[in-house]
Design a binder for this molecule. Structure first.
Ligand code: DLL
Length: 435
C-alpha cells in the first residue's frame, strides 16, 4: 500500500473536489427535503427551496441544525431513509440530556470505514501492521470506526476496546502491536503503566498512535510520543457526522485534513451565525454530502477551530482544520475571563508535570474560584512542606500569566487522580450545583 488509501480523491485538485461537492450537494439537499420532514420545515420557514442550492456556495442559504434540534427530533425525526435500509445505530457518549442516535446504511458504514482507513494509512499503516484498537466498542463510534478502517487497510486488528490496561499491555507486547488507537488520555496512561512495569519506550514495537475524541495539546502530544516511542497523529470526528475519520492528521502534524468529498466544512461566528473567511477562528459546521441514514445539513459542532488551505507537504489537497481548542461549551467563564482547560494543560506539561490534573470551579460568596489539583510524580515528591509550597506558587504564577486570572494550585500525591480509559473528565464545575 502506498502513501494514500485513495490517492485519486485524497490528492485531487481543488477543481475536482469542488466538482464532486457541487454534484453531491444538489442531490443531497433534494433528498433531505423530500425525506426529512423536520429539515423540510426548517427550510420552508427560511423560505429556501432545493432548487436554490446549485453548488456548495449556496449552502450558506440553508438553516443550521443544532444539538437541540437533534434532541427534539429524537429518535427518528432526522432519519434520511426507511428504517429497513439502516443496518446500525451509534450514539453519543454525552452524559447530560437525551442521547443522540445516528443511523447508518451499509453504504454509510463503508464510506465511514474508508475515512478511517485514510487516517490509518496517513499514520503509516499497511497490511503488515498490527493495529490495537482500544477506543470503546459499542455505542461509541471510536472502536467500531477504527476497527472498520483497520480491516479496510488489511492490518491485523486487535479489537481490545477500552480498559483492562494490564491486558492491553500484554497483547501489545506479545502480539507486537505497531499502531495504537485510543484517546490521548488513555495513551498517556498506557505509557505511564508501561514505564511502571519497567519497560523502556524502545521495548515495544509501536510506531504510530491515532489519538482523538477529546482535546489534547501539543505538549501532551510530545509527552505521549516520548513515553511510547511513537509518532502521535490526531483524528477528529463526531457521532452526528459518522464518527472518527471526519478529519485526520498526516506526517506534517500541522492540522487535520477534512475528508472533503464527504463533508463540507464552514467556520461561523458562534454568536451571529455569519460565515467567516478562511483563516478565521470560529465554530465548525458540517454538511454531510452523501450520508443516507442520518444526513445532517449545516450541523453546528460547537467545536472552535481554524480552517486553512495552505499547501501540505504530504500531497493531500483537502482543507485542514486546526486542533479544536475544546468545545465552545467546554470553555469556562471564570470571573468573566474565558479559560480553556487546554491552556492549563499546556502550562503543566511545560513546567514538567504529568498530564494528570483536575480543574475545580466553584462559587464562594458570589465570587468564582478556580482550583487546580496537580499530581506529582514519585520523583517530584518531597517531604519538605516549604518545597512543595514553592512549587505551587511557581505554578500559580505561570497559570496567571497564561490565563489572566490566578488559580490556587494544589500538588497531590502520585496516583491520586483517577486515570481515564476513554474521554478524560478534567473539569468539575460545582457552580452548576448551586444554580
Ligand atoms: O469522539 C468520535 C471520535 C472517536 C473521534 C474516536 C476521534 C476518535 P463524540 O463522542 O460524538 O464522537 O464526540 C465528538 O469530541 O465534537 C469534539 O468536541 C471532540 N473531539 C473529537 N475528536 C477530537 C479531537 C467522537 N481530535 C466530540 N480533538 C467533538 C479535540 C475532539 N476534540
Amino acid at each position: 500500500m502506498g502513501k494514500y488509501f485513495q490517492p485519486e480523491i485524497e490528492t485531487a485538485s481543488r477543481e475536482q473536489i469542488l466538482a464532486i461537492q457541487n454534484e453531491k450537494i444538489v442531490k443531497q439537499v433534494k433528498h433531505v427535503y423530500e425525506n426529512v420532514k423536520y429539515y423540510r420545515d426548517l427550510m420552508d420557514q427560511k423560505g429556501v427551496k432545493p432548487e436554490d442550492i446549485q453548488s456548495v456556495d449556496d449552502i450558506k442559504k440553508l438553516p443550521f441544525l443544532t444539538k437541540a434540534d437533534l434532541r427534539e427530533a429524537y429518535p427518528y425525526g432526522l432519519l434520511g431513509t426507511d428504517l429497513k435500509n439502516c443496518v446500525r445505530i451509534q450514539s453519543t457518549s454525552g452524559t447530560t440530556g437525551k442521547r443522540v442516535v445516528a443511523f447508518y446504511t451499509q453504504k454509510d458504514i463503508d464510506l465511514w470505514e474508508e475515512c478511517c482507513a485514510r487516517a490509518i494509512v496517513a499514520a503509516g499503516g499497511t497490511n503488515e501492521d498490527v493495529c490495537q484498537v482500544c477506543y470503546g466498542y459499542g455505542l461509541f463510534t471510536g472502536g467500531p470506526g477504527l476497527n472498520g478502517g483497520s480491516h479496510k487497510v488489511g492490518c491485523l486488528t486487535l479489537p481490545m476496546s477500552s480498559g483492562n490496561t494490564d491486558r492491553q499491555i500484554q497483547f501489545m507486547m506479545d502480539l507486537n502491536a505497531t499502531i495504537l488507537c485510543c484517546t490521548p488520555s488513555y495513551a498517556a496512561y498506557i505509557g505511564e503503566t508501561l514505564a511502571e512495569k519497567g519497560y523502556k519506550p524502545s521495548d515495544n514495537k509501536l510506531k504510530a498512535g491515532i489519538f482523538g475524541a477529546e482535546p489534547w495539546t501539543e505538549e501532551m502530544r510530545r509527552s505521549i510520543e516520548q513515553s511510547l516511542g511513537i509518532k502521535a497523529y490526531d483524528i477528529y470526528g463526531l457521532t452526528e457526522t459518522s464518527g472518527p475519520g471526519v478529519a485526520f492528521e498526516c506526517d506534517a502534524q500541522t492540522g487535520m485534513h477534512i475528508n472533503e468529498d464527504h463533508f463540507y466544512a464552514e467556520i461561523i461566528d458562534p454568536d451571529t451565525g455569519e460565515v467567516l473567511p478562511e483563516g478565521s477562528k470560529g465554530e465548525l459546521v458540517f454538511t454531510s454530502l452523501d450520508k443516507e441514514g442520518f444526513p445532517l445539513l449545516r450541523y453546528r459542532t460547537r467545536d472552535i477551530c481554524v480552517l486553512t488551505r495552505e499547501k501540505c507537504p504530504c500531497g493531500r489537497t483537502h482543507v485542514k482544520m486546526s486542533k479544536p481548542m475544546g468545545r465552545s461549551d467546554d470553555m469556562l467563564i471564570i470571573r468573566g475571563v474565558n479559560v480553556f482547560p487546554s491552556q492549563i494543560e499546556t502550562v503543566l506539561l511545560n513546567e514538567g508535570y504529568t498530564p494528570n490534573y483536575q480543574i475545580i470551579v466553584d462559587r464562594v460568596n458570589n465570587s468564582d474560584t478556580l482550583d487546580i489539583n496537580v499530581e506529582i510524580s514519585p520523583e517530584q515528591f518531597s517531604d519538605i512542606v516549604a518545597e512543595n509550597q514553592a512549587k505551587e506558587r511557581k505554578l500559580e504564577i505561570a497559570m496567571r500569566t497564561m490565563l489572566g486570572i490566578g488559580p490556587k494550585v494544589h500538588l497531590v500525591a502520585p496516583r491520586t487522580i483517577v486515570r481515564s480509559e476513554g474521554k478524560a473528565v478534567r473539569v468539575i464545575d460545582r457552580r452548576k450545583l448551586h444554580d
